[in-house]
Ligand binder design. Sequence first.
Ligand SMILES: [Zn+2]
Length: 197
Amino acid sequence: MAAVLLAAALLIVAVGGLSMRLGPRWPRRLFFRGPAGIVIHHTATGARVEGHVVDAERIARWHEQRGFSAEYRGEVYHIGYHYVILPDGTLERGRPDWMKGAHTYGYNDYLGICLVGNFDSAANPGGAQQPARPTEAQMAALTSLLRDLMTKYRLRPEDIHGHGELGATACPGDRFPMERLRRELAGAADNFGRRGR
Ligand SMILES: [Zn+2]
């Protein structure tokens, strides 16, 4: 009898400890090791900086200088994001999905997607840096990418965040339509959101 009580007590302590360590969705975190969410960023630049096109390769150079480089399965990645979306809607790969990111303090186990542009009306009031709001092509590419990733990693619209929702930053800017995006994704989530979650 005492042994049973002891085992029960240990189980309660273990479960409590797990939920403390892994957060409220700990069963998922324990049994499913994919990314726990997705964070959206902007580059806070125009499409060109000092004559160079801003793309995944350019961002990788900046991130290398900031010390974001890390190795994954024998390869070194400099860029901290997992995906980059150019103003014309071109999707570029950053680091692999299964590699920890370098984009959001405290949330680097989330995927990071960066749109090229400066969507912040305080930092880019007159729109000197273009695009000053996400282009239609960027939003179409982003929505399609998010739908794929949400299906693949069983994520909900509430698991998609703007960087500023997770830290003290204006990124991805007040001109990024975060609420509209989540509403749109919620509509699409009906196809795959019913697996008892
Ligand atoms: Zn950001």
